[in-house]
Design a protein around this ligand. Sequence first.
Ligand code: FAD
Length: 530
Amino acid sequence: MADHDVTVIGAGFAGLYQLHRLRELGFDTRVIEAGPEVGGTWYWNRYPGARCDIESVEYSYSFDPQLEQEWNWTERYAAQPEILDYIRHVADRYDLRRDITFDTRVTALEFDDATNEWTVGTDGGERFTSRFVIAATGCLSVPTRPEFDGLENFGGDTYWTWDWPEQGVDLTGKRVAVVGTGSSGLQTITAIAPVVGSLTVFQRTPSYAVPAHNHAIDDLLAEVKRHYPEFRQVSRLTRGGAQCGEGAALPPFFEDLDDGTVTSELERRWDNGGLCYQQSFFDLLLDPDANDRAAEYARARIRAKVNDPVVAEKLTPRSYPIAAKRMCVDTGYFEVYNQDNVELVDLREEPLARFTERGIVAGGTEREFDVIVLATGYDAMTGALNAIDIRHGDRTLREKWADGPRTYLGLMSADFPNLFTVTGPQSPSVLSNMMTSIEYHVDWITDLLVHLRDRGAVRVEPEVEAEDNWVNTTNDVADLTLFPQAASWYMGANVPGKRRVFLPFAAGVGAYKQIGDGIAVAGYHGFEVA
Ligand code: FAD
């Protein structure tokens, strides 16, 4: 008999909810977490300005109406400390910590056909067995570490946004460089600009960023709390797992709108703020004309914020469709470049050559710094899974996925029985409000485990044909969209050597739920149970 019924890897939002669900149902469950605390993303990413870009009333658990009622979000978009407080509150409220082993990394998983169990190996040298393993390892939990020439030579302080010191860093009056202008870079730059002595931003690709218009939400929160269950039902059937203040209404199709309405719709969405700008038209990521209009409007709004037209042009994204890379939500980011002590280095014009003891050489110029901040992104979706030696017989998951992930529903991979992934590749995942996607996956996996237990079954895995069909479906859906036109982390383009395939399922959370529910109702169609 296995040491545990289920091992869950990771104690972020996904792992915690998975533990709670399984324990309630009597499964002997153990969680292994590499970090010293619960929280995942929101524990590690403590950089200045770190903030969620999904609205708080949506980016929270829905599984317990009491929890929904008792927790009071203060802002439209919660900052990292508030989210971490919430996660800690959840861990304490449901007494989750007693089944979590912290400071321990799962390094190996090996499946034994004779026992139908996984042997779990950790970096502490422990080995134990588990009937099922659920990887709640996170989609953005393995940072990329670009091999910058000479980085180790820099004599000042270097910080990565994903591993910011818990006690904070005093940047007052310092000469600071920030490398990277994705979401973490933007948030950091905006937060530190008022205090640093000088700030130099090294930008490879400009980001589309929509203003947050963040504010206190007492009234909105009270209103949502009055009908939270119905509110959540609506969100679960939307494309992005959040309502964008529009309820169940679908966005209009671009071609159905006259020119004036197109402009007013873009203006309305932009002025409302946030990622929902990308929902301006239903076909914004399907129709190049729709995308061009939304992109041009965004570019005009961005240019209007920056005083120097040369700098404004450098900050204006042109090389990829809007929203085909993860959009950013900003609070005064572009205005930072109006400060006299802020410089933008466009790496397309001045390529980064190397780091030196004093600073960074780009475009033949050495600039000197006290502090360098690296905001260079993540090996998204597959990074954390590929970091574990997952083995069945003579094959590893890493080898199987060398040309891109192969899964059924983003939940399991054929020939790797009894192993589940929460928000895995080929599920909506990073294209959605992750809380909606996490809860859906955790509930779906839990239902399947109960189904197996009720039948005395000890093994489940997808049929190869079902998996092949799902891989084709995922790729076909992506190919209908403009997503593949951007060299994004959705495509694996930010990791040297990573196969470029579109990683998430692009048809949306609502469509995915209907498919997942249908497969479950049909007796887990496409899965082999033994
Ligand atoms: P994580 O929170 O990543 O937790 C995974 C945990 O697994 C980590 O604690 C990690 O240490 C642990 N782990 C990984 N591998 C191992 C191993 N081998 N052994 C042991 N432990 C392991 N999503 C949104 O919907 N909206 C947002 O605005 C948003 N903003 C984000 C901002 C940043 C900076 C980042 C990085 C991500 C953001 N996300 C956002 C995505 C975010 O990751 C999810 O919303 C959510 O927090 C994921 O929860 P999780 O539990 O699935 O994964």
